[in-house]
Design a protein around this ligand. Sequence first.
Ligand SMILES: Nc1nc2c(ncn2[C@@H]2O[C@@H]3COP(=O)(O)O[C@H]4[C@@H](O)[C@H](n5cnc6c(=O)[nH]c(N)nc65)O[C@@H]4COP(=O)(O)O[C@H]3[C@H]2O)c(=O)[nH]1
Length: 755
Amino acid sequence: MALVDSLYAPFASLVVGAVAGGLVGAMASYQSRDPWLTACSAAIFLVGLARVLSALAYRRRRDPGLVETAHRWERVYELGAWSYSGLLGLQCLLAVMRTNDPALHLVVSTLSVGYAAGITGRNAGRPYIAVAQLTLAAVPLSIGLYLNGGTMQATLATVLLMFVYAMIDITLSIRDIIVQALVTTRDKAELAGRYREQANRFDAALTNMSHGLCMFDRDGSLVVWNERFLEVTGLPAGLVRAGVSTHELMQIAIRSGHHSHAVVRRVFGKLAREAAGGHVGQTEARLTDGRTISLSQRAMPEGGSVVIFEDITARKEAERIVARMARYDELTGLANRRTFHQHTDSALARLRGGADRLAVHWIDLDRFKSVNDTLGHPVGDGLLRAVADRLRAAVRDTDVVARFGGDEFVIMQYPIRRGEDASRLARRLMEALSAPFQIEGHHLEIGASAGIAIAPRDGMDGDRLLKNADLALYRAKADGRGAYRLFEPSMDAGAQARRALELDLRHAWERGEFEVHYQPLVELSNRRIAGCEALVRWRHPSRGWISPLEFIPVAEETGLIVSLGEWVLNQACVEATAWPKGTRLAVNLSPVQFKSRSLGSSVVTALAKSGLPASRLELEVTEMVLLQDSDLTLATMTQLRQLGVRLSLDDFGTGYSSLSYLRKYPFEKIKIDSSFVKDIGHDAGSAAIVRAVASLGRDLGMSILVEGIETTEQFERVKAEGCTEGQGYLFGRPVPSHEIREVLRGDAQRAKLVA
Ligand SMILES: Nc1nc2c(ncn2[C@@H]2O[C@@H]3COP(=O)(O)O[C@H]4[C@@H](O)[C@H](n5cnc6c(=O)[nH]c(N)nc65)O[C@@H]4COP(=O)(O)O[C@H]3[C@H]2O)c(=O)[nH]1
C-alpha cells in the first residue's frame, strides 16, 4: 500500500510532467506542422490529463488501505505511466526522423531525458514501471539518433543508452533503499507495539497480583510498586512515589498509623541486614489494625531488591485455630489429652524433691450416656459444656481441667500439700456436678464419680497417674457411683486379676468350660418342687469352680453374656423336657441380653428346638433391666408374655424396688432377695417387708418366692408371712442335670406316697 502511495503521492510532479508534455507537444506540432507529430502531441496531452485526473481520484478514494483496490490503482498508474513514456519516446523518434529542426530535436529530447531522469526517483517504489518508462521514453530517441546517421548522433545515442542503464541501476538501488526504509519502519513499529504490549501485560500482572510488590534500585530508591502493595501495607497512595528512599518509606509507614514505630524499625532493619548479606529475607509484621502481613525480599543480581507483601491474616488465624484444635478440646475449650500430658509432665518435673504433691482426678459423669441416648447429641453437647464450666469454676488457676473425649474429664491439681487437699476438691466437684443442669429446657440430674491418684505416692509419670486414677474411678463406680475414691495399690492387683479373668473367660467359651446346674424352687405349702432354676457354672482348668457372681459382670461388660445366656437357655430348655410334666424352668436374663434385639427370637428358637411348652419357662429379670426403662424393655417383655412365657422379678429389695415397676411390667412372680431371710428371725423390719411384699403379691395375683432359705425356722417363718415359694439350701443346692433328675424323681415318688 505504501508503495502505491509513493506512485501517486508526488502530485505536483505529475501535474508538472503533464503540463510540460502538453506545452512541448503543442510547440512541436506548431513548429513542425507534421500531422504525425501533431497526433502524437495530442495523445501526450490527453494521456497527461488523464493521469492528473486519476491521481486526483486516487487522493479522494473512499476505501484507503484495501489491498484489492490498491492493485487496481497500481494497474491504472502503470497504464498511464507506460503510455505517457511511450508517447514521449515516440515524439522524440518522430521529431528526429521527420524533421531537421535542431531546436525541436533539443526540446523533445530534453523533455524525454528529463522525464526519464525524474522517473528514477519518482517511481522507484515500483521498479518495473520505472524501468519500462525509462526504456519507453529514452530508447526510441536513441534509435532515432542511430538511424539519423552522423557520428555525433551515434555517440549521443550510445550515451543515452548508457544513461538509461545508469538510471535503471539508480532506480533499483533507490527501490532497495525505499524497501529497506519501509521494512525498518515497519519493524520499528512492530517492536514498539511488542514493547507496548509487554508493558501493558506487565502492568496488568502487577495490578492484578494478589500480592503487593515493590522494587528498589541499587541506591534503595523505590522504582516500581503496585496498588496491592498500598492496600496490603495501608500506605497512603499520595505519598508513595518513585524515588522515595527506604528511610522515607519507613516514615510514611509510621505516619500512616497502620504500623507501630517498633515494628517498622524491626522489619526494615531485618530486611536491610539480609539484603546486605545477599540473603533472601523473610519476615512478618503485625499491623495496628490487627492484620498480619508477610514480607519476603529477594536481591536482584544487578543490584536493588524486590519485596513481596502478602496479607496472611486469614492464614495466621487458620493456623491459630489448627494449633488450638491440636491443644484444646473443640467442644468445651478445655485442654485435650496432649496438653494435659504436657502440663502434667512439667508439673511433675517441678515436683521432684519438693514437699508439694500433685493430684490427678479422673471424673466420669454417672448418667451422661442415657441423657445423650435419650435426649440427643445437642443436649449431650450442651451438658458437656455446662459440666466443663462447672469444673473450671471449681478449680484454681494453677490446676488444669481437660476432656479426653466422651464424658471423660480429668483434672490435674497442682500444687497441693497433702492428700486431703485432693479429697476436698473431689467433694467440691461431686457437689458441683450433682446440682441439676438446665439444658435446652431439660432439667437434668446426672452426678459424677471420681478416681484420684496422687504423685509422687501413686506414680511419677502422667500415664501411670492416669491409669491409677482410672482404677480408683472404677472402684468408685463399683461402690455405687456419686462418690470418689483415692487410689490404693490393691486396686491395681484387682484390675490385673480382672483382666486375666476376662482373657480366661474368652477361652472358656471357646473350650466349652461352662455347665448348667439346677436348683429346686419349692412350693411352701407342701414342699413339692414347682420348678428348677438354671444357674451357669464355670469349671476353670486351674482355679476350679468360679462363681457366676464373679464372671457374669465381666461377661456382661465384654458382651459375651449374649452368647452365653443364649447357650444356657438352649441347654436348660432341652434339659427341662426330661423333667416331669408341669415342672417349670427358671432362667436368668442379663440386662445386656435385654438390650440386644434378638432376645425374643432366641427364646422362640430355644422353645421350638427343645419342644418345651412356653408356659413352663420362667424368665428372671433384675431391677437393672427395668432401670433402663426404655420402650424396648417394655416391648420385649410384652412380646415374651405374649409367647406364654412367665416373667419374674429377681433379687427384689436389693435395688430401687420401685413398686411402680409391678404395675408397669407384666410380672407373675417376685423373688425376695435372700438378705431378708437371713435377718428375718431377729430383724422386725425384714419380717415386715417380707409380709408386705407377700400381701402385695396376693393382691396383685403374683407368686412370692423367697430366696436363700437355709433353715427350717426360716422356712416356717416365710411361709407364715404368706410367701408361696422358696428356694434355698434347705430344699436343695444347685446340682448338675443328672442329679436334678434324681431329685425330681424322688420328689415325684414322695408325692405319690403322700397321695
Ligand atoms: N447362700 C446361699 N445361696 C443360695 C441359697 N440358695 C440358692 N443360693 C444361690 O443364690 C443364687 C440365686 O440365683 P440369683 O439370685 O438369680 O443370682 C445369680 C444370677 O443373678 C447370676 N446367674 C447365675 N447363672 C446365670 C445365668 O445363666 N445367666 C445370668 N444372666 N445370670 C446368672 O449369678 C447369681 C449367682 O448365682 P449362684 O452363685 O449360682 O447363686 C445362686 C444360688 O446358688 C442358699 O440357701 N444360701
